[in-house]
Design a protein around this ligand. Structure first.
Ligand code: PRX
Length: 641
């Protein structure tokens, strides 16, 4: 076996890196090829064995009940369990109550440390409180909180009671929160008096109050007093203080977890698609639990001594699966950081790694490239020797960033480049610590997951050629449906009949390594955030000066992709001077920020008189993009003129 620095000769264009001896010795999966083959030969046996590592209230009658008519995968039917029981009670009962579950580092350096017993206690008290507010299994709860322990407590309390949480990223605007709540129809909204980023206060409650007006399903708002412990909540509109509710239920004792079966939802998480309206991706408890438990365990090789740091926000799927559920199911100590990676200085994360002796660091390509810009002096100023494994997620990581990440952390650590989606719930194409690595490749499918690269008719494309990424068999953490929109769910399985189509393109090399290229639909990944072009366009055309708009993604050396908007102005709205033009552009950007949130603001706005359209009036973004980037325009036979 070669050492970690030695590339294997003759491997495509890329060097192949092998894991350090220590990683190999301890890896949960030593022989990927064998484990993968077994998992594919007998998926029910494979997933069934894994599921028995968790606790069930009633055993399942079969592992999978797959309906090819509706594409519904019912995992572990007949069985009941509860993900909060498995993430908390199971560990406490085994004597791990004093183990640290969460270390929280606030925006301005505050610290909170919470053990498994304390976390369970808070969750149970909140359950008593939610019960007293009349919430029942199946009710929806919208959570609009900054990344704080209360966010985790709220999610777990919902899971325990069988309430369906819908976490909304705290950087979203009032309109974005409102539209998600209009769809989810929650009975309760949980928010905070304020959030903090780069030392600046974010008025979350103000946004939440405005967003909830007119949504009659909401009976109460629970307010976490993050900024001011004496903040006066408005009881007349059903507001209650989170801490008071917990205090009131201090002595109530345990709260029994609800038995959750194969059809019982855990959460709805809204994500962007190809239409203007975000889709509510629904995940159910048993399958999601098994999928996130195993992927966390195997991909990050979790052991009891780990301190695990994932930089995502629980407002996104990465935070759901790999800050909250997967790590806690594995009894991991999770470090969670509020705020920005480069505030108060670019050493923030490296300092946290040193301070808490972090062993597993799960980051994103955009964050790595940002750190690259700040330079090596920041990581090299810290003792990072505790690290043993790195991770990357959310967008393709370019080989240069991959190599930099590896080099500044000691030059020997394996990087788990994990490809997956809100819909998949769990890692799908990813290395395991013992597998050889190629920079910029997510390597191979996770055991139990069958991936292929096909053309639009579903025929496999030859290795080396790019094609569409499909999943050929159901997997445990698969989403169950799109909330209130079964047709949209069906589309995932019918575009390429009988297979789940991810919307991504990739190529597989002659060694079976997958190289993800990007989305082929009208979804753009800006700094790893998923944005629908249609969503941004509808925000643009709601500006009073804008008649029509088209949005494309452009390659960006920091964010992976940036947003460029082409805008046709309404008659009489054309600016006369450069100054007016610049102020109009600013105003349009501000408008999109108000409509959707800061992440959706276009980086560039070009005022134009013409947009390429098909004869039926559909904007051909592909043509715009090709022109912008100087690429061949492809088939333009349907172009209007
Ligand atoms: O295009 C792929 C990209 O992110 C999309 C899924 O976005 P979202 O649902 O927001 O989930 C992000 C966190 C899993 C995918 O369709 N993507 C995600 N991970 C990778 C990636 N692209 C390349 N490499 C990855 N490791």
């Amino acid at each position: 076996m070669s050492t970690s620095h030695e590339p294997t000769p003759g491997m495509e264009k890329h060097p192949l890196f092998h894991p350090p001896e220590e990683t190999l010795r301890n890896a949960h999966v030593q022989d990927y090829v064998k484990v993968y083959q077994e998992s594919i030969d007998d998926p029910a046996g494979f997933w069934g064995r894994i599921a028995t590592e968790l606790e069930w209230f009633t055993p399942w009658t079969s592992v999978l009940d797959w309906d090819p008519q509706t594409y519904t995968g019912r995992w572990f039917p007949g069985g009941t369990t509860n993900i909060s029981h498995n993430a908390l009670d199971r560990h406490v009962a085994k004597g791990y109550g004093n183990k640290v579950a969460l270390i929280w580092s606030g925006d301005s350096g505050e610290e909170r440390v919470i053990t498994y017993s304390q976390l369970l206690d808070s969750v149970e008290r909140l359950c008593h409180g939610l019960h007293s507010l009349g919430l029942e299994k199946g009710d929806r709860v919208s959570i609009f909180l900054p990344p704080t322990p209360e966010q985790v407590i709220s999610m777990l309390a919902c899971a325990r009671m069988g309430l369906i949480h819908s976490v909304v990223f705290s950087g979203f605007s009032e309109a974005a929160l409102k539209s998600r709540m209009e769809d989810a129809q929650p009975k309760l909204l949980i928010t905070a008096d304020a959030g903090f980023r780069r030392g600046k206060e974010i008025p979350l409650l103000q946004t939440a109050r405005a967003a909830r007006t007119g949504i009659l399903s909401i009976r109460n708002t629970l307010v976490v007093r993050r900024k001011d412990p004496r903040f006066p909540v408005d009881a007349s509109s059903g507001e209650k203080a989170f801490d008071e509710l917990l205090e009131k239920n201090r002595k109530k004792g345990s709260f029994p977890p609800a038995p959750m079966g194969a059809d019982d939802p855990l959460f709805i998480l809204y994500t962007s698609g190809t239409t203007g309206k975000p889709k509510g991706i629904v995940h159910v408890q048993p399958g999601y639990m098994v999928g996130t438990y195993l992927t966390t365990r195997w991909v990050f090789d979790i052991r009891d001594s780990d301190v695990y740091f994932c930089v995502a926000d629980p407002g996104w799927i990465t935070g759901h699966s790999y800050i909250v559920y997967g790590p806690l199911l594995n009894r991991t100590t999770v470090l969670m950081a509020e705020g920005a990676p480069d505030w108060p200085d670019p050493g923030r994360w490296w300092k946290l790694i040193e301070k808490y002796r972090v062993t597993v660091f799960y980051s994103t390509p955009t964050a790595v490239r940002l750190q690259m810009r700040h330079g090596e002096k920041w990581p090299s100023g810290h003792d990072l020797s505790s690290l043993r494994l790195l991770g990357s997620v959310g967008e393709p990581i370019n080989p240069e960033a991959w190599m930099w990440f590896r080099n500044v952390t000691g030059g020997r650590l394996p990087i788990m480049d994990t490809w997956w989606q809100t819909e998949t719930g769990m890692h799908m194409i990813t290395p395991l610590p013992a597998t050889p690595l190629v920079p910029g490749s997510a390597t191979k499918p996770f055991p139990g997951v069958e991936v292929d690269i096909v053309d639009k008719n579903g025929n496999p494309v030859p290795d080396g050629e790019s094609g569409l990424v499909v999943i050929k068999k159901p997997w445990p953490a698969m989403f169950r449906t799109v909330f209130k929109d079964p047709d949209r769910y069906r589309q995932y399985w019918t575009e390429i009949p009988g297979m789940y189509f991810s919307g991504d393109s990739a190529r597989r090399d002659s060694s079976g390594f997958y190289h993800l290229i990007g989305r082929i639909d009208d979804v753009i990944k800006v700094a790893g955030h998923r944005l629908g072009t249609a969503e941004v366009e509808s925000a643009l055309v709601s500006h009073p000066a804008v008649a029509e708009a088209a949005v494309i993604g452009k390659p960006d050396s920091l964010k992976g992709e940036s947003l460029k908007a082409f805008v046709i102005l309404r008659q009489g709205k054309k600016p006369e001077t450069e100054e007016e033009l610049s102020s109009l552009r600013k105003d349009i950007r501000h408008h999109v920020r108000e409509e959707l949130g800061a992440i959706a603001q276009p980086d560039e706005i070009e005022i134009t008189d013409w947009l390429p359209k098909t004869r039926s009036g559909k904007i051909m973004r592909r043509v715009l993009r090709a022109r912008e980037l100087g690429l061949p325009e492809g088939d333009t036979s349907t172009l209007e003129d």
